[in-house]
Design a protein around this ligand. Structure first.
Ligand SMILES: [Zn+2]
Length: 119
């Protein structure tokens, strides 16, 4: 079933171009795959030097219904210019605000309960 990536309309098989916006239609399956890895749809919400830190946040976010994706130097899906030792956590643009406050909350709790070192 072809889908217009622009209007999100489904069309019957055989139609190649969206009659509304003249965009080439994509197969629904392909579009889903593409969406998952499309760099445009993901934004950087958090970086860390520790992979377990990002893994934990990713798990927490996903538990809260926010899809998250980890990028590290082991991940060669994305070319990472610059600092290769940083692990990055990406979320969908739509979830960015929710993810950001979620992470801030989590980090705040961590630092409240965690260290009692006097500064
Ligand atoms: Zn269209």
């Amino acid at each position: 079933m072809p889908i217009c990536p622009n209007c999100n309309y489904e069309y019957v098989d055989g139609i190649m171009i969206c009659p509304d916006c003249n965009t080439a239609l994509a197969e629904a399956d392909e579009l889903n795959k593409f969406e998952e890895l499309s760099e445009d749809d993901w934004v950087l919400v958090y970086t860390s030097f520790y992979e377990f830190d990002v893994d934990m946040l990713k798990g927490n976010l996903e538990g809260a219904g926010i899809s998250a994706s980890k990028l590290s130097q082991k991940d060669h899906n994305f070319p990472a210019p610059g600092d290769l030792s940083v692990v990055k956590l990406m979320v969908k643009k739509n979830d960015f605000q929710a993810a950001l406050s979620f992470i801030q909350n989590l980090k705040q709790k961590e630092s409240e309960s965690g260290d009692d070192e006097s500064e």
